[in-house]
Ligand binder design. Structure first.
Ligand code: KG4
Ligand code: ZN
Length: 330
């Protein structure tokens, strides 16, 4: 079964073609991130205009790279939320049009569930039950999955999401956008043991599975404005900030996995590309569970993960009725 998956929830225009939910034939991602470097964040109207321009060429390129004629595609899938409304509309309308024109099924996928299924695109698939940590630009969520179709929300974002704080801290440190990779790069320059800084680890010991990073953000911003930061201070701040976020993510995910008796921990979303998070999560996970991260290019937004998720979740929708939903829930 060949599925063409479309992802336009944020600033990427992404299309992937996947066979039987696991074998990637092509995965094309056009990002307009460089347009937003000077703003330190996305301008939604500009992102949507870029996606309108790019969607048809990206679909054509994905088919070309997969060596697949469009008549051989068995279903179209699309992330219909959560995300930016203008951006979502581009992908949703393109998917509806393709499904109607080709007379094939249309499958709608929650963008965040797509991030989870990126973990099925590799050789070793996770075993159920799964606790999934989704860490993207807009969400920090923990979900429990009994099987492919049965999953529920354990807790999540109360204010700033993990990726969002990386972007905002990068901005106050004068780094580029997206901020996550920039902070990661700067933090790697820290070679000392003790940084002499200590930032809060919000809600690290709370009994629920919610996350709040706005207090950490404020603490970092205060540190930056308190003194005029030199490069060596910025390195120290980036290191300690990343440390705080990772401490919270690792501890709460492990707690959820133990409580739910999970066999696998899977991580997805842009922040899952962070090497320090990968290292710390793998170090902490003992024999009880296995931990999975997608390859880095499949951690950030892409179309293959949407095609994979649609194969496993397999909920077809009426192309004439599907709506983009910026605040779609699990
Ligand atoms: O999942 P994603 O590609 O798009 C959304 O759904 O939001 O995630 C984007 C987020 C951005 O906030 C970006 O700064 C963050 O993921 N990110 C990272 C890294 N790469 C991307 N955060 C930390 N470390 C990274 N290496
Ligand atoms: Zn995403």
């Amino acid at each position: 079964m060949l599925i063409l998956g479309i992802e336009t929830t944020c600033d990427e225009t992404a299309v992937g073609i996947v066979e039987d939910g696991r074998k990637v034939l092509s995965n094309v991602v056009a990002s307009s991130a460089q347009l937003f470097e000077k703003y330190g964040g996305i301008v939604p109207e500009v992102a949507a205009r870029e996606q309108t321009r790019l969607i048809v060429p990206v679909i054509a390129e994905a088919l070309r790279l997969a060596g697949v004629n469009i008549s051989k595609v068995n279903a179209i899938s699309v992330a219909n939320g959560p995300g930016l409304i203008g951006s979502l509309l581009v992908g949703v309308e393109a998917a509806k049009t393709l499904a109607l024109a080709l007379d094939i099924p249309l499958i709608a996928v929650n963008h965040l569930i797509g991030h989870v299924y990126a973990n099925w695109l590799f050789e070793n698939a996770p075993d159920f039950p799964v606790v999934a940590l989704i860490v993207s630009g807009g969400h920090t969520d923990l979900i429990y999955m009994e099987n492919f179709k049965k999953y529920y929300f354990l807790g999540g974002t109360r204010d700033d999401a993990a990726g969002e704080v990386f972007d905002k801290v990068a901005r106050v440190l004068g780094l580029g956008y997206p901020g996550g990779p920039e902070i990661e790069k700067l933090a790697k320059e820290w070679t000392g043991a003790e940084s002499g800084l200590s930032f809060p680890r919000p809600m690290i010991d709370s009994t629920d599975f919610d996350f709040s990073f706005s207090g950490l953000k404020t603490a970092v911003v205060n540190e930056v404005v308190r003194k005029k930061v030199q490069r060596k201070d910025a390195i120290r701040i980036a290191f300690e900030f990343q440390n705080s976020v990772v401490d919270v993510l690792v501890k709460k995910t492990l707690k959820a996995a133990k409580k739910k008796g999970a066999k696998s921990i899977v991580v997805g979303g842009g922040v899952a590309a962070n090497s320090y998070l990968r290292k710390r999560m793998k170090e902490k996970v003992s024999g009880a569970f296995k931990v999975f991260f997608p390859e880095k290019s499949y951690s950030v937004d892409n179309g293959a993960m949407i095609a994979a998720a649609s194969y496993f979740v397999n909920q077809t929708v009426d192309p004439l009725k599907l709506q983009a939903n910026p605040s779609l829930h699990f």
